[in-house]
Design a protein around this ligand. Structure first.
Ligand SMILES: [Zn+2]
Length: 105
């Protein structure tokens, strides 16, 4: 290491500079995580919010499917055909199951 006062190279473990007598203070820098480590951590923690997001989207689809089905059912209550949006509901349930699988696996 280098003395901050006189700039001469001194032993790393010196407490005082052997040339000018300057007290050597060691800088303790907190170890900051490397970008790679941060990225890895983000990747790991991003897994659960993504699964929760998927479950949320699944619920939205199920609700939309049920609402449209109920809406068309009430429109056809005095006779006629009504539509059951199984596609939306099944897709929503599929999303929920997929999200839950990611969340608990
Ligand atoms: Zn010095």
């Amino acid at each position: 290491m280098r003395c901050e006062k006189c700039g001469k190279t001194i032993d790393n473990n010196s407490k005082f500079c052997e040339f000018c007598g300057e007290k050597i203070t060691k800088k303790i820098s907190l170890q900051t995580p490397s970008p790679e480590a941060v990225f890895r951590e983000e990747e790991a923690s991003a897994e659960n919010p993504e699964a929760r997001h998927e479950i949320f989207i699944g619920f939205v689809w199920v609700v939309i499917g049920v609402v449209i089905t109920w809406g068309s059912y009430s429109l056809a209550s005095d006779g006629g055909t009504y539509f059951v949006f199984w596609g939306l509901i099944v897709y929503g349930v599929y999303k929920i199951i997929k999200g839950a699988y990611h969340l608990f696996s």
